[in-house]
Ligand binder design. Sequence first.
Ligand SMILES: [Zn+2]
Length: 225
Amino acid sequence: MSNHLPPRRTVPVRAWLLSVTGLAVVASLVMWHAQLVDLLDFDTSADKRPVVASGPGGSPPPVVEVSKSTPPPVKPSKTPARKPTKTPTRFSSGYSEEDIDGLSLKLRTRLQKAITAAKADGVRISITSARRSAAKQTRLLREAIAKYGSYKAATRWVLPPEQSAHVQGKAVDIGPQAAMVWLNKNGWRYGVCRRYDNEPWHFEALTTPGNRCPAREPHAVAKAD
Ligand SMILES: [Zn+2]
């Protein structure tokens, strides 16, 4: 019997040692996980703070105050981020290419009447391009030459800035399709006419209100220098 006891003692000791080291390893792993969870909890709790604050209500007043003070600094940081994106598209005079304000008084006045009449017919006319800067027109022409392969082909779509009615504020491109159709049909009443066969979106003040529009041109043609 006595011979059997030592091995029986050593086995529990080894088992105890193994279990202790095992527990230590497990404990360290648990601690490590706990730290990770804490880190994750910090991140998620920060995101969920407004939701949590709205749930409990008045139980934690200081938390509510913190959550209320947090949104304001976020909002101003978003607004200045949006403003710079709009600024480059604006001219120094303050209007953008999509603004009707950049157009000549004649075209603007006529177009405003047409927009009002179209609205009464359930058609919304939106401005896609009104007055352009010479720099923008030059860039569009450069892109068109790359696309169509030659200056002559490109100027069927994009005239050089010194010849472009857009740069002078005397042309407007509109959309969507329903608006093009409406203005092509009714624009003469307001003196606004589609000019080119290849550009259903492009309109100019080409007639006096109430009179027929002149015959359309197949496409734009750049004048020789
Ligand atoms: Zn146009």
